[in-house]
Design a protein around this ligand. Structure first.
Ligand code: FRU
Length: 480
């Protein structure tokens, strides 16, 4: 059973949903097919799992304001990764070990029990932070009972030690935790267990001032480790990287290392760090393996410390959302992300044009417009520059001579134009998902992805294609 304090917290959160439901629902920027909070602030996806035939996505949730604070775990379920149901709150901050927040974590199936691991965030009377890695279990996948602390802070780390991701390898369980060492280096730390309650500390497997990396951030958040196509992939969110050319342009990064983890010696030999997304809002991704054998990823369509008080949706009492679920593939050592195929269920009213030529002109095509749409853009021939203007608010621009792809948008913080870019040898295709206030662009079958929030005039649905030079392409649009 949940404690009386936790039950009370959940009741208060539930009242908050009721109180502001009609305001949130009336927002023209309310997302149509992305996960967003029923009220308040959403950040990291947590506990992503395919369990007993249903997909579960929990999320960091602050029900009482559109800012950060003592987080709850909200909960959505789905049978198909497309249609989601809001479930009762899974975890609320309430006990001595999590009273200032049930922070991020993960889920596993333990002999039929849906078992959550999360960080208990605690601030003492002097304002000092304490961290505990905690467990909670459920028989029915809806009602969770806290089991308390399973891992305490090992020597050598500060209290910035959080976001446990747990998985099974052969007969053992492993947990990877995001950490800051006492020398203020970001690290990923590994533990092993036979029973999920007693954990052996194996040490840091990556991060710090190693030869391979040099200085690489003062804290690593939200690690994830999994096998894909015979390699081990470590995802982390390093904080404190300096922007370098087109790289590391957001306040904090989300990216990965590909390598090999030796589970006996806890050594991870890996290559360099690659960013997962080239857009403005993408952070704290989490993956799971589903019953179809797919490695799926979902992330926060936001970043920390981004002038939350300037986001247009806060008047409507909510902020932030999650990305679409994506399937991961490792191709030539690089992670590719493709939107899950189930999303095709949303397609309505297909409009397609083939072999369209634009040459030193700007065109819009009858029916190729909208605010909640999917677009497929396949290029047959390109000379010079091609550009797509989206709802008079964003532009995707590819300069073939410079081999640079750019996403530009009008900042919702200060109205100025801002951009994110990546190098790209050839632009072959763009697969774009627009929702009322978001864009996800999958480039060349997921070789690069740009994820961002957009806040165009709600009634502006225009899509304009322009070429400086010549481009021949096919384009298909579906309303979603
Ligand atoms: C990442 C993060 C995590 C933490 C959670 C708190 O966005 O800072 O490290 O567990 O959010 O909401």
């Amino acid at each position: 059973m949940k404690s009386a304090i936790e039950q009370r917290q959940i009741q208060l959160a539930q009242m908050e949903i009721e109180k502001y439901r009609s305001i949130v629902e009336a927002d023209p920027y309310r997302l149509s097919y992305h996960l967003m909070p029923p009220v308040g602030l959403m950040n990291d996806p947590n506990g992503f799992i395919h369990w007993n035939g249903a997909y579960h996505v929990f999320y960091q949730w602050m029900p009482f304001k559109t800012g950060h604070g003592a987080k709850f775990w909200g909960h959505y379920t789905s049978c198909d990764l497309v249609h989601w149901k809001l479930e009762p709150v899974a975890l609320a901050p309430s006990e001595w070990f999590d009273k200032n927040g049930c922070y991020s974590g993960s889920a596993v199936d333990n002999h039929g029990l849906l078992t959550l691991f999360y960080t208990g965030n605690v601030k003492d009377e002097d304002g000092n932070r304490h961290t505990y890695q905690c467990m909670a279990v459920s028989e029915n996948g809806i009602d969770f009972v806290k089991k308390g602390v399973v891992v305490t802070l090992p020597d050598g780390y500060t209290a910035h030690f959080r976001d446990p991701k747990v998985w099974k390898k052969d007969d053992d369980w492993y947990m990877i935790v995001g950490a800051q060492s006492e020398s203020l280096d970001g690290k990923a730390v590994l533990f092993r267990s036979k029973n999920l309650t007693q954990w052996e500390y194996l040490g840091a497997i990556a991060g710090g001032k190693q030869k391979q990396l040099g200085e690489f951030g003062y804290m690593w958040e939200c690690p994830d480790l999994f096998e894909l196509d015979g390699q081990d992939v470590l995802i982390v969110c390093p904080q404190g990287l300096q922007a370098k050319g087109m790289h590391y342009q957001n306040v904090y990064q989300a990216g990965y290392f590909v390598g090999r983890l030796n589970y006996e010696t806890a050594e991870f030999v890996h290559g360099s760090f690659t960013e997962l997304d080239r857009g403005f809002e993408f952070y704290a991704p989490q993956t799971t393996l589903d019953a179809k054998g797919r490695r799926l990823l979902i992330a926060w369509m936001g970043v920390p410390d981004q002038d939350e008080e300037k986001h247009p949706t806060i008047q409507q009492r909510w902020i932030h959302a999650l990305t679409l679920p994506r399937e991961l593939r490792l191709i030539d050592g690089k992670l590719h992300q493709v939107p899950v195929e189930e999303l095709q269920k949303l397609r309505k009213n297909e409009i397609a044009y083939t072999n369209v030529t634009v040459a030193n002109e700007e065109i819009s095509l009858e029916g190729i417009s909208g605010n909640v749409i999917e677009l497929k853009f396949d290029i047959h021939q390109l000379e010079g520059m091609i550009e797509m203007q989206i709802r008079n608010n964003a532009r995707l621009i590819y300069h073939h001579d410079e081999r640079v792809l750019t996403l530009e948008r009008k900042s919702f913080v200060n109205g100025l134009t801002e951009k994110r870019q990546c190098r790209l040898e050839h632009l072959l295709s763009l697969h774009i998902f627009l929702d009322t206030s978001s864009i996800e662009v999958f480039v060349n079958g997921g070789e690069e992805v740009f994820t961002a929030r957009l806040f165009p005039y709600p009634s502006n649905h225009s899509i304009v294609i322009a070429a400086n030079g010549k481009c021949i392409f096919d384009i298909t649009k579906w309303n979603l």
